[in-house]
Design a protein around this ligand. Structure first.
Ligand SMILES: NC(=O)c1ccc[n+]([C@@H]2O[C@H](COP(=O)([O-])OP(=O)(O)OC[C@H]3O[C@@H](n4cnc5c(N)ncnc54)[C@H](O)[C@@H]3O)[C@@H](O)[C@H]2O)c1
Length: 434
């Protein structure tokens, strides 16, 4: 493989590490600057601080081309393209907290002949503000669309690569486009603000789809239809598509909740009330709480009850707990007087810090032992393999709320469980089944 343009990455989180490993895989030398020394030390030892399938292997395979450092000077010494991949979490008001971005931008300064390539998700207008304050540094908005759990594949096989830039920075846009060129994806060359909006609008649209199907599920519960059948029938229409039509406990994770909030506030600050997005967010908040009503249908009170949570991460194949539905659910259950016990195959360590009062079990079966109810929160494949007859025997009261519509209702009910899901009332409740 011929040597390609060196690349600098700021931030060794999900986006930074995947970006670095994948560019190294494409033949680039990559210097990663991370601010947390412990992360750098563990990366140098070959230990990856996040759970992301395929990433450890890719980092190991390309170790020769990857350098991890805490020293910004080492990063600024070589590459022209500096990919900024730092966090942009929500503030209390819901706005994007840009302090990590501002710090990184300040540390980079205005070196000659270099370009800042913004991968972090930022409000529209951020790029132009940064560029105004540091006009000598070229600026490219290159938002990231990877999904945790399939991040490596998503990076290496993107649907599109967005390259946003304003006049004068064509050389930097060309260099970024050239770095992605081997992936063969369409390159969307556009202006800075439109690039920033493409990212926010994409996440808001996907979140809208999820809240829409959740509302349909809630109506299905009332009228005796099965939302999984409805979604199957809807999804075959190519104008709709079958993805993001899984009803459940609502969306969580590090992106959708904060990015929808940030877009809502961005619109509000510019004088526009984004009514639809307000509803999308509200539906999602209420959806996490619907499990409580499902439990109350079968239990008089939750006081002193032992409730098992199957899964804690916001989705399978990640240990990311940011905005996970399990956080809201566990505190609601505890607030109602229940004792919460939980199991997650990979998120336990992160969950312990966020849910100190929740008892962590060593396996799914151990969580369910003597429980008065169970809630499936994350659709980890191993939960589909559980022997539900054994589960029914082990539980104090064999009640399961499937918060992700993940299991086969008939099989779970046949094993002696009382099964509740989201928008899937039992067969007996349906007036006609073909
Ligand atoms: N995680 C995702 O699935 C995903 C997908 C698409 C876009 N994004 C966006 O990408 C950005 C990064 O997300 P993430 O999930 O990778 O965040 P993260 O919190 O996992 O990683 C950010 C990393 O940057 C480091 N950092 C902060 N300031 C630094 C500095 N000045 N110098 C060097 N390192 C610094 C942090 O210590 C941390 O390790 C966010 O804006 C997010 O919205 C995330």
């Amino acid at each position: 493989m011929s040597e390609r343009e060196p690349i600098g990455v700021v931030g060794a989180g999900w986006v930074g590490l995947v970006t670095a490993a994948c560019f190294a895989e494409l033949g680039h030398r990559v210097v990663v600057r991370e601010i947390v020394p412990e992360k750098v030390e563990s990366l140098r030892r070959g230990e990856i601080p996040i759970h992301e399938p395929g990433l450890p292997e890719l980092i190991k395979k390309n170790a020769e081309r990857l350098t991890f450092t805490t020293d910004m000077a080492e990063l600024l010494d070589g590459p022209r393209l500096l990919f900024v991949c730092v966090q942009t979490p929500p503030t209390y008001s819901g706005d994007a907290d840009l302090s990590a971005v501002q710090r990184a931008v300040g540390e980079i300064g205005e070196p000659d002949g270099k370009a800042l390539v913004m991968k972090s998700t930022v409000p529209v207008g951020t790029g132009r503000t940064i560029h105004r304050d540091a006009p000598e540094l070229a600026y490219v908005a290159c938002p990231e669309f990877l999904k945790e759990g399939t991040a490596v594949k998503d990076f290496l096989e993107p649907d599109r690569v967005v390259v946003g830039f304003d006049q004068g920075d064509e050389w930097a846009a060309d260099a970024v486009a050239a770095a992605y060129e081997p992936l063969g994806a369409p390159i969307v060359r556009t202006d800075l603000s439109s690039a920033e909006m493409i990212k926010l609008a994409s996440n808001a649209y996907l979140a809208t789809k999820i809240s829409f199907i959740n509302e349909i599920a809630n109506v299905c519960d009332e009228v005796g239809a099965d939302v999984t059948e409805v979604a199957r029938g809807m999804g075959m229409d190519p104008r709709i598509g079958d993805r993001f039509l899984n009803a459940g406990l609502g969306f969580g994770g590090s992106c959708f909740p904060k990015d929808t909030q940030a877009l809502k506030i961005l619109a509000g600050n510019s004088g526009y009330h984004f009514q639809l997005l307000n509803s999308v967010i509200e539906v999602n908040e209420l959806q996490k709480r619907r499990v409580m009503a499902k439990l109350s249908k079968h239990l008089d009170s939750l006081v002193g009850k032992r409730v098992a949570l199957l899964g804690l991460a916001f989705k399978p194949d990640t240990d990311d707990m940011r905005e996970a539905s399990s956080l809201v659910l566990a505190s609601r259950l505890e607030g109602e007087g229940a004792t919460v016990v939980a199991f997650d195959p990979v998120a336990e360590e992160r969950a312990r810090q966020l849910l100190p009062s929740v008892e962590m079990a060593g396996s799914a079966m151990e969580t369910l032992e003597a429980a008065d109810a169970a809630v499936l929160v994350t659709e980890w494949p191993e939960f589909a393999e559980l022997d539900w007859t054994e589960v029914a025997k082990a539980m104090n009261n064999p009640l399961l709320v499937d918060g992700r519509n993940f299991l086969d209702p008939d099989a779970v009910r046949a094993a002696g469980m009382t099964y509740e899901a989201i928008g899937r009332p039992g067969l007996a409740d349906r007036s006609a089944v073909s």
